[in-house]
Design a protein around this ligand. Sequence first.
Ligand code: AHM
Ligand code: MG
Length: 343
Amino acid sequence: MISETTQSNMAKKNQTLGEFIIENQAEFKYSSGELSRLINSIRLAAKVVNHEVNKAGLVDIIGAAGDTNIQGEDQQKLDVYANEKFIQTLSNRNIVCGIGSEENDDFIAINSLDENNQNKYVVLIDPLDGSSNIDVNVSVGTIFSVYRRVTPVGTPVTIDDFLQEGNKQVAAGYVIYGTSTMLVYTTGHGVNGFTLNPAIGTFYLSHPSMQFPETGNIYSINEGNYAHFPQGVKSYIKYCQEEKEDRPYTSRYIGSLVSDFHRNLIKGGIYIYPQTSKAPNGKLRLLYECNPMAFLAEQANGLASDGFQRILDIQPTELHQRVPIFCGSRKMVEKAEEFMKNS
Ligand code: AHM
Ligand code: MG
């Protein structure tokens, strides 16, 4: 269900992200301004990372990872750089009480010994997803997810604050560093997309109330793994390729979750990273990739499943847990689930 407030934003296409955050602050039920400050920090870190990502093609000129550049600064791998920037931005501003990152083995407790730390939120982040695409100038993304802590405010965060079901998320989103840089996010009141004007460093509301088309004609899966897929996925792929009604569908796979998801969100489609005989839980991480994308998908009238159950209802047992994912246009995900159940 999209709220009236969100619908009213349809008319405000040239609104900046900053204005949008302030205007919609009240939509959030614990509206203390903390969540707004958090989204603001992500916006800032996204701009910094975007600047660096855009220079990636100049690597032969300014130096590769491990080199020292002309100013005497060490060049870092971009995923390490992005990780540092997001963590720095969120912790320096004293906005969250804990951060979990796909790049770090363990979670980080912020100001864990400071009883005055009244922050209520933890963030889980994949700072640069699909980073192998950087070397070939293909879009990559940042994915983030926000939860309200479950342990008492003012005490150090524990693993329980991070191992929450996805349906407890209070916000989630991604930044796509593509032909344009966009920040797409939800606080549980629909999904809105903002495009960066790089000349002035401002994000504008360009895609209000984003919705997955109910069905589509794109399927996105790494078919190179076909031999290792479960029978249900093999049969669904054959269904997509059949000459019938609106099929065959088109196959599109960038290998960058954020980009594949974003295209399917706009055009209609399904993204699948299933379990395989080599990777029985699939590849993607529940907390850093699947849950935030699932929250966005449902808020945009789509679905996200592990083939049998809703992603958002899975109880996580570990920080870096992997799960299979089937995500996108509602009817397509339902169809794929049907094949999984019947196989
Ligand atoms: P990463 O977190 O190591 O970057 O891996 C995640 C990426 C996703 O963006 C993408 O959809 C998937 O891995 C591609 O995997 P594969 O190359 O196995 O198809
Ligand atoms: Mg990743």
